[in-house]
Ligand binder design. Structure first.
Ligand code: RB5
Length: 156
């Protein structure tokens, strides 16, 4: 069941303020926000937060996910280890739109130490308002999923 309006948000300690700004912004746009923290500033570990958000998306509980850490990179890597997750780090609105339209990304990652809040909110809007185009892109996304089933598949 993926036809819901729910967006899961998570971060590590480096991106709490940005995550909370994103949560408030998308709630004001009408999205249902599932913010799974953390809420306290102690140092924590991005892999567990990335995977926790990714599991909400992979299970269908949430339609899309937005995750943040210092660079956006580590938490993205962790999320992408969960089967069915396609997460990209974006620092520009064009990429945020294209990872939905061409790659059918179901998660977006942003680096709080890389991207300022104003641009980050525009990136989030670009991601959430774009739709997968299907067509020739669907076959390529299927090829990504095939790697999950058969990691030793022959290369080109
Ligand atoms: C935490 O210091 C930092 O390593 C983390 O937020 C992130 O940038 C890792 O990819």
């Amino acid at each position: 069941m993926t036809a819901n309006n729910r967006i899961v948000l998570s971060s590590d300690h480096a991106a709490i303020a940005l995550r909370q700004a994103i949560a408030a912004h998308i709630a004001s746009l009408g999205w249902e926000v599932v913010d799974i923290g953390p809420t306290t500033p102690e140092s924590t570990h991005y892999p567990k937060h990335g995977q926790a958000a990714a599991r909400r998306v992979a299970s269908g509980d949430c339609r899309l996910g937005i995750i943040c850490c210092g660079t956006g990179q580590g938490i993205m890597m962790a999320a992408n280890k969960v089967k069915g997750i396609r997460c990209g780090v974006c620092a520009d609105t064009f990429s945020a739109r294209m990872i939905r339209q061409h790659n059918n990304a179901n998660m977006l990652s942003i680096g709080a130490r890389v991207t300022g809040e104003g641009l980050a909110l525009e990136i989030v809007e670009a991601f959430l308002s774009a739709e997968f185009e299907g067509g020739r892109h669907a076959m390529r996304v299927d090829m990504i999923e095939a790697v999950e089933e058969k990691p030793q598949a022959e290369s080109v």
